[in-house]
Design a binder for this molecule. Sequence first.
Ligand code: ADP
Length: 537
Amino acid sequence: RPVNDHLGKESLVKVLKQHFGYSGFRGKQLEAIEASLSGRDCFCLMPTGGGKSMCYQIPALATSGIVLVISPLIALMENQVMALKARGVRADFLSSTQLACTKEKIHEDLNSENPSVKLLYVTPELVATSGFTVKLINLYNRGLLSLIAVDEAHCISTWGHDFRPSYRKLSYLRVHIPGVPIIALTATAVSRVQEDVIKSLQLRNPLILRTSFNRPNIYYEVRFKDLLGDVYTDLSNLLKSSGQVVCSIVYCLERSTCDDLSLHLSKNGISSAAYHAGLNSKMRSTVLDDWLSSRILVVVATVAFGMGIDRKDVRVVCHFNIPKSMEAFYQESGRAGRDQQPSRSVLYYGLDDHKRMEFILSNGIKKKSPYLSSSDELLKKPLTDFKQMVDYCEGSGCRRRKILQNFGEQVSASLCQKSCDACKYPSLLSTNLADRKRNGNIFKKRGLTPVFLQRSFVAASDPSSEYWNREEEEDSNEDISESEDEALVIECSAKSKISSKATLDEKFEALQRAEESYYQNKGRKKQVKFGLSGRNI
Ligand code: ADP
């Protein structure tokens, strides 16, 4: 391995400034760089946008050798290589999509006495081939390989959210090239993933660096589909800030929802496009280009629109359907505000979506069950993960805290600074059973009958929003029961509106009228509906 002159902090900052124009390192970047330069393995856990790439790009520029970067996506590699080349850094990638003559040129350079390439990006599939292994051993024996960076290292773990079998084969690296330090980088903070990565790559006493996953510039919010009369109008309003459409991603569970929603938004003057695996690659790259160059501002996508989406000024990431896990939710919502400017994550939560996701996950488990024993935790994992996601939506506590606790972080009470709906409007949310019962009793004392719907969520609302003023028609054939286990959601039919500025008594009165009219109209399909959270009353 090339001998590294020991580079002090100042000279590393100089390299950073010279090539990237930044004046200092962020978070734990410097520690990671110093570890790699001193030959120590490193496991680096930083949230999306945390600046992981710099942790292996600077060592490449500060030493005489080559840094091999293993990256799961060709698009991701292409972007990084292009950006590096634009800064005058010699970087290349090898992939199956390249022309034979391009590949040949790269191999020629690698075979030369003094290769000019500093960063060589490859896919894990290529690394696993015997031909490439021979090439690497050759570079290593000639003392030209200074560091191996395994980007998106969570792909090595079945506990990660996008497991790639070929990542498993990377364990060969340590066997064949034992003297080169490895830096594994990921934004996936599940502890099982960390263990898996360290074990599979056979990292030796790695320096473990992790930075907080808190994204202080993202405001987290959940909106309840079943209480919003017209979700589409609500979404349209969300995507416009003071009348201007803002750069956004809307995630949907299914391709058809993407197509329908995108059409609907476009009809309403919000230029948008659908993006999903059902489109051919040419159409997908057109949508991506249009969005990256602001010809369209809103992409309505499935999770196929994911890793490597490098636009920093995304103002809104909306989940139109509940994601399958907190992990997925964090990665997707984290695509908002990478420029550190105020941004929003809004999740539309609905009971139908909840049931649908549960169905999909249970089916997946059934498919896996012949291969895994019923005691295997991996079998239960999808549903356990989903439960946490549901708790994020239905629970009454700080949403930021829930996200961070999910990643095992300790969270101080003052961390959120009212930057989630639960902290900003604490009285509006309560799913605590004791609270619900107490609220129910308050209703009874006031001569009202609490109506418990068979729904497991409460109305969460911003008092300034239209929830209070909404009067709408909708089909309602709800099976109403008085189950105390259900959240207290009052969904009565009402002829009258309730203003957000109404006093408590006025709200009760309106509720009473609503209740009367509810019973009068019971049985009829067409009813007017509004929702109140019991706690707020
Ligand atoms: P990640 O891979 O962790 O998602 P990136 O490596 O893409 O993050 O970095 C996110 C952004 O932060 C990039 O635009 C990068 O240029 C920028 N960045 C990285 N390090 C620094 C730094 N020390 N100072 C300022 N900006 C930085």
